[in-house]
Design a protein. Structure first.
Lengths: 365, 276, 293
């Protein structure tokens, strides 16, 4: 395997993994282009980590293929795949210094001592660790340990970087800073990034593409904007976006037989609208106001949320309001499959999006 | 213990008195022996508590008559063999149980467990027969071979290995380490304190063995220090001072070693007792 | 299929040394002893004929075995409870942070450095009627014929030496157990108004459960397997009053010493007795042991 693959794209075909009768990954096909920053997004237990581990070589697929750079990697050990992994808990060797930790992959490959030290220094400097080379992981803060884990991964200059929720153990502020640094790192290195997270903010801000997973299946693949603007299923619609998209049973928002979704920022409160609701909660967030309302006589429907500007025009709790659903912002989903129904006349196509984009599971070039 | 009131005044004095009293009781036999060891033969009965006359002659003679030089060598060689072997075999089997997956693992584990239930005394008869058939009756191998592996050591090290974070093994895999590399670079270094305790414990157990050397060494030259004491006490039954001196000489090395390695000792002994 | 067996060759290599030794010197002897126990051989060890289970029953019924069994059980009953109680007492005594406590702790642990031979010989001379200091001080039967030579006192005397020798071990183990009891349990009891003794019986003893169980099991198995003490202190006498089960098998005075079959039968019975004991002890106390969090 070449040290720096010319093409480091990852292609998964019909990948399935079963553990003791539990299907963790169910027939997933995905193409991650060379130098892409692909986010595997989903709630815990959706199979994203298992998928990542199959790319890295830590798990063997039950069926299906993993190809890296065009070569089939199913039975190949991680060390021969030219893949590096950053673990959620960093997995640093506690008894080795920071320098020894970073150098270690090179040591295993027989790189000479001076050469190792130089490359380790380079990686450490890139991540701002040059002062800590003689310390042991136990003497470092969480953020510093995370960087050591990153340095250890980049020192190999691998074709593919796998990262398993690397930011989840950091506090909020550090998380924000590190997000930006990771994006910068990706731009600088010539590697493909495959990044697992359950945090949609990370997914939306960092990735060039997002693969949303649920219960082992791939729900949708697309750019962050595509996934937001044209969710391919009810699950994706409700997973992306805060507050989540309002999802209504058929017949409420329009006369069709489809499940309808509308984002809080598009839901309008009009006194004369046909659908009536009672305000249950008003949240003043300073820059905006969120109004929660329960639809009259439809107690089984969860409260809908509308996003208003914070200009004092919000209704009070208990007020009766009318809900308007502008047709241009409606998302329609099949009641049986929960998958998106594409109606080009009803939904405005995102500018420049190819025809049929975003529906179902597809390979993306 | 509770950080509540420390004793003071009379209670403090009382506690110290009790401590000193018990210490005296515990040290009493040792003191008497040490004093007696330095007494010349004809004075051993006088003033048993006070070193009224001090000489090295008794010790020297005990050394000669008890063949203590030779038996010390025997004990040391055997104990070292056993210690090193126990650490190596325990580490290897512990690794197999902790990190390798293979069919029948539970069964083999059960076999190890079962050996813990078999008291050594029950196996001595047959083991002697085996050693005799091999022609190892008076030899280092005869003394050491039955103890080159221990299930207790395996479990101890396995416990440590199991407590290593799982992703450490995976990170090592990603870095390119196979099992042998992981064992050498990560598992063993991280298990070092426990291995130290195991080594000390193994050394101690081997050194203090009484039944086995007594049973298989028919030649006095092949006595260990413990069975050598027995030989000495039977040979010099009318010269108690020599036996006393011999006992003190034999006891000394272990006292010194344990003084130095107190921490490892405590760790080894309590490995099965305290949770966590 | 091959994935299940991927690690197998390496595992076999790693396990082989331990299995070879344990198999040859623990499991094989047990099996063979059981088989030998079936046999009855003549004085030279030849002409062995299988006796079936009768031999075991015969041994079990013999006077010597029953006496040795009684001796061993009584020895355990003498040494284990007293040993545990003393260990707890010393550990509690030394558990405060006072000046010089390190010295006392070292002293109390010191007997762990004595081997069976060393400790037994120490006490042999203390109790020896002609040269022993203690024999002098106690007087009476201690001087003539000596505590170790009098049938009614011999076992007690050996017990004292054994308790002394094990004190260090028990002290170390119980001290470690004490140190693992969280301080806030004591503080909470203190706030509730519990005095010293109440705290001891309601916090210390229950929380020491696993530790005491461990120490108890070790002490009991040592008691049942004791050999050196009897060999050096009393030679199994007088009149077999200090012949333990192990001494019966290997001691000089045993008339069955030269008969491998009988020897093996006793060895197997010893194993079974110990097995039952371990199970009983662990089961019986386990229910009342608090394992903390």
């Amino acid at each position: 395997m070449s040290y720096c693959a010319a093409v480091a794209d990852v292609r998964l075909t019909s990948l399935t993994k079963v553990f003791d009768g539990v299907t963790a990954v169910d027939d997933v096909s995905l193409h991650i282009a060379d130098h892409d920053f692909m986010i595997l997004l989903g709630p815990s237990g959706c199979g994203k980590s298992t998928l990542l581990r199959m790319i890295a070589g830590l798990e063997d697929p039950t069926s299906g293929d993993v190809l890296i750079g065009g070569a089939r990697m199913n039975d190949i050990e991680p060390k021969q795949r030219d893949v590096a992994m950053v673990f959620q808990s960093y997995a640093l060797y506690p008894h080795k210094t920071v320098q020894a930790n970073i150098e270690f992959p090179l040591k295993v490959r027989g790189v000479s001592k001076p050469e190792r030290a130089e490359q380790a220094l380079h990686a450490a400097t890139t991540l701002g660790l040059s002062e800590y080379l003689d310390r042991k992981p136990g003497q470092l803060s969480g953020g510093q340990r995370q960087r050591v884990a990153l340095a250890r991964a980049i020192v190999r200059r691998p074709a593919v970087f796998c990262m398993d929720e690397p930011l989840s153990n950091l506090d909020a502020k550090l998380r924000g800073e590190t997000r930006a640094e990771l994006v910068a790192l990706h731009a600088r290195l010539a590697s493909t990034f495959v990044y697992v997270t359950h945090d949609q903010v990370e997914a939306m801000t960092m990735g060039t593409h997002v693969a949303v997973m649920s219960r082992g299946r791939l729900e949708q693949v697309g750019t962050p904007q595509e996934v937001y603007d044209r969710p391919a299923s009810v699950f994706v619609a409700q997973f992306i976006g805060t507050p989540p998209m309002n999802v209504l049973p058929p017949g409420l928002a329009d006369a069709s037989r489809y499940i309808v979704g509308i984002r809080p920022e598009h839901l309008m409160l009009e006194t004369t609208a046909a659908v009536r609701a009672t305000v249950s909660l008003v949240e003043h967030l300073g820059h905006e106001t969120l109004v929660h309302a329960r639809i009259t006589d439809r107690d089984e429907v969860p409260a809908v949320v509308a996003r208003l500007e914070a200009n004092g025009s919000a209704p009070g709790v208990g007020d009766e309001v009318g809900l308007a659903f502008p047709a241009t912002h409606l998302h329609r989903f099949d009641p049986e499959t929960s998958r998106r129904i594409d109606d080009r006349s009803a939904v405005s196509a995102a500018p420049g999006a190819p025809a049929g984009a975003g529906v179902g599971v597809e390979e993306r070039a | 213990m509770a950080t509540s009131t420390q004793p003071h005044g009379w209670r403090l004095a009382g506690r110290y008195a009790l401590l000193i009293g018990v210490a005296v009781l515990v040290l009493f036999p040792i003191w008497v022996m040490v004093v007696g060891a330095f007494k010349p033969g004809n004075k051993v009965l006088q003033d048993p508590l006070l070193p009224t006359s001090v000489t090295l002659d008794t010790l020297r003679q005990a050394w000669r008559d008890g063949n203590l030089g030779r038996s010390l060598v025997n004990s040391t060689v055997v104990a070292l063999l056993v210690t090193v072997a126990q650490v190596v075999t325990s580490v290897l089997s512990a690794y197999a149980f902790a990190f390798l997956k293979f069919p029948g693992r539970t069964f083999v584990f059960g076999v190890f467990l079962a050996t813990l239930l078999v008291p050594f005394e029950a196996t001595v008869v047959v083991n002697r027969e085996t050693i005799q058939d091999l022609g190892w009756l008076n030899s280092f191998q005869g003394l050491a071979v039955p103890f080159l592996a221990t299930a207790f050591g395996t479990f101890l090290v396995r416990q440590v290995f199991l407590q290593l974070p799982k992703d450490l093994r995976e990170a090592a895999r990603m870095d390119g380490l196979g099992h042998l590399g992981f064992l050498r670079e990560v598992a063993v270094p991280l298990a070092r304190p426990t291995l130290g305790a195991l080594a000390l414990f193994g050394f101690l157990s081997s050194w203090n063995q009484y039944l086995w050397p007594t049973v298989i060494s028919t030649d006095d030259d092949w006595d260990t220090v413990q069975s050598g004491l027995r030989t000495l006490s039977q040979a010099q039954i009318d010269k108690p001072n020599l036996v006393i001196a011999g006992t003190v000489i034999v006891a000394l090395p272990i006292f010194l070693i344990l003084l130095v390695f107190q921490r490892q000792l405590v760790r080894g002994l309590t490995a099965g007792a305290v949770k966590g | 299929m091959s994935r299940r067996w991927r690690d197998a060759p390496l595992a076999a290599a790693f396990l082989a040394p331990s299995l070879a030794v344990l198999g040859a010197f623990v499991l094989y002897p047990l099996g063979r002893a059981m088989w030998l126990g079936h046999q009855r051989c003549d004085a030279t060890g030849g002409n062995c004929q299988s006796n079936g289970w009768d031999q075991y029953i015969g041994v079990f019924r013999s006077d010597e075995f029953q006496q040795a069994f009684s001796v061993t059980v009584r020895f355990a009953l003498l040494t284990v409870p007293v040993g545990l109680a003393l260990g707890i007492g010393l550990a509690v005594l030394a558990d405060k942070h006072l000046r010089g406590m390190g010295f006392f702790r070292t002293v109390f642990s010191s007997t762990v450095a004595t081997s069976v031979a060393v400790a037994s010989l120490m006490w042999f001379f203390l109790l020896n009627p002609s040269v022993g200091v203690l024999a002098d001080w106690i007087g009476g039967v201690a001087k003539d014929p000596g505590l170790l030579r009098d049938e009614s006192t011999a076992l007690w005397a050996v017990a004292v030496s054994s308790i002394w020798a094990n004190l260090g071990f028990t002290f170390i183990v119980v001290t470690a157990g004490l140190q693992s009891i969280p301080a806030d349990l004591y503080e909470s009891a203190y706030v509730d108004g519990a005095g010293g003794w109440m705290r001891f019986s309601n916090v210390t003893i229950p929380m020491l459960g696993p530790t005491l169980l461990f120490a108890g099991v070790v002490l009991t198995s040592r008691a049942f397997q004791s050999y050196g003490e009897f060999d050096l202190l009393t030679g199994g006498g007088p009149n077999g009053s200090t012949t333990s089960l192990t001494y019966l098998v290997y001691g000089n005075n045993s008339i069955i010493k030269n008969n491998d079959g009988l020897q093996a039968a006793v060895a197997v019975l010893l194993f079974l007795v110990l097995l039952v004991l371990s199970i009983l002890q662990i089961r019986g106390v386990e229910r009342r042991v608090h394992y903390g969090n």
